[in-house]
Design a protein around this ligand. Structure first.
Ligand code: FAD
Length: 405
């Protein structure tokens, strides 16, 4: 094949859009394909960690994101059984290591919009919407993708390399026959939003995790469409209750009243029910193709690590492809990408998100008390507190990945 002189990217979510922006900023022509005709505004990731804010700064994104988000230096763990705030962590405790000593609460679609606003001004950036990638082949010289338009017609595009950032059900991953081992949690997760102010009512921070043996939950504040402030509650939905029942006002108000008994019933703005998986692809690179973001790894949302670590993948692989574009050995570079990012997905993203969930849902009263006490001790010991904050901000993961040759 004689490929066009560009890099192809499948998927214009937060990971694909940021990766494309990084490559275009480096002067490399990119063609980015998405099956949708718009940026979806559904309720997904809501937190940009300090590490991500530092990493997208060079792309010009952070200065545009800050006015659209809410600074959230603290996050809180609560225990609903003993009805207490167990511990609060504060990113300002490691302000000497962070340019931005807070997480930024900002809806995922706004992060995509900011990257797009910058990218569309760059000549070598091309976004092609309503084109679903349905086939991938590669040879020694390049990659060819087949894309399908809504009317069923197909076309092919070629490039030197391809990044599959096409989400958890990645066609690119499947076309390359890359295994995606892991498991799916038994319960589904439901996210519901309301205007009710839980900070004013009960001292919640903008990110809160609430432990309970049956009904653990999480509460997050995001800016909302008009920066009016919206609170998103996350609950587990156990059993085989039909979707309509779980999504009904009655079911949701009952969960709200149990978990947040301040002033129910609450006004309900949006709701979203979904299955949650913990999976990591068997490899993040094959030949001239790399996987990034949810295409490479998926996890539960407790800790807000999926989108953040996906953006970190994208920025890492963009550097490798930039070096390959200028004559570097792409196989060696992409093998290093895999060595740097895949173990991090296992060691940090999977381990921490699974740990967070297990702690919140612990049913044995003795073990749960021990775990919550450990968390308090972590906070009280300066070294452990620093180590914990470095892990949760994903700063440690980025440093460790970069140190791998
Ligand atoms: C329902 C849901 C709720 C979530 N909630 C949270 C949360 O509360 N907190 C949190 O931290 N994380 C959450 N996540 C995870 C977070 O949203 C993801 O980690 C993040 O979106 C990953 O970004 P991505 O760009 O890799 O993939 P995606 O955001 O999935 O983007 C993939 C893009 O590729 C496009 N695409 C897909 N297939 C093709 C194709 N074949 N051809 C062309 N384009 C294609 C899609 O249209 C989409 O634009 C949630 C995920 C889901 C699914």
């Amino acid at each position: 094949m004689t490929p066009d002189d560009c890099i192809l990217i499948a998927g214009a979510g937060p990971v694909g859009m940021t990766t494309a922006l990084a490559l275009a900023k480096a002067g490399i022509p990119v063609k980015l394909f998405d099956s949708l005709d718009h940026i979806p505004a559904d309720h997904r990731a809501s937190t940009l960690h300090p590490s991500s804010l530092m990493m997208v700064e060079d792309l010009g994104m952070t200065e545009k994101l800050l006015p659209r988000g809410i600074e959230s230096p603290m996050f809180q763990f609560r225990d609903r059984v003993s009805d207490r705030i167990v511990v609060e962590f504060d990113y300002r405790d490691i302000a000497d290591e962070l340019t931005y000593p807070y997480a930024l609460q900002v809806e995922q679609h706004k992060t995509i919009e900011v990257a797009w606003e910058i990218a569309r001004e760059i000549d070598c950036f091309e976004l092609i919407r309503e084109r679903e990638v349905i086939g991938v082949i590669q040879d020694d010289d390049g990659v060819k993708i087949t894309v399908q338009a809504p009317d069923g017609s197909t076309e092919t595009h070629t490039g030197r390399y391809l990044v599959g950032a096409d989400g958890g059900r990645s066609i690119v991953r499947k076309a390359l026959d890359i295994d995606f081992p892991g498991f799916t949690w038994e319960e589904r997760f439901i996210i519901v939003s309301t205007y009710y102010d839980f900070e004013e009512a009960a001292g919640y921070r903008y990110r809160n995790y609430v432990a309970h043996p049956e009904r653990w939950c999480a509460m997050i504040k995001v800016p909302g469409d008009e920066s009016e402030g919206v609170w998103r509650a996350l609950f587990p939905a156990f059993g085989n209750d039909p979707d309509e029942e779980v999504l009904s006002d009655e079911w949701i108000q009952a969960r709200f009243a149990e978990c947040y008994p301040y002033d129910p019933p609450y006004d309900l703005l949006h709701r979203n029910l979904y299955s949650v998986h913990q999976r990591v692809a068997a490899t993040f690179a094959k030949g001239r193709v790399a996987l990034a973001g949810d295409a490479a790894h998926v996890n539960n949302p407790l800790g807000g690590m999926g989108m953040n670590s996906g953006i970190h993948d994208g920025l890492n692989v963009a550097k490798k492809l930039e070096a390959a574009w200028h004559g570097g050995d792409h196989e060696a570079l992409l093998a290093r990408y895999d060595r740097q990012r895949r173990p991090m997905a296992e060691k940090y993203v999977q381990a921490q998100s699974i740990n967070n969930k297990r702690m919140l849902q612990e049913t044995d009263p003795k073990i749960r008390e021990e775990r919550l006490n450990e968390l308090q001790q972590t906070r009280n010991d300066p070294d452990s507190n620093r180590a914990y904050l470095r892990r949760s901000s994903l700063v440690q993961m980025v440093e460790e990945a970069d140190s791998i040759q």
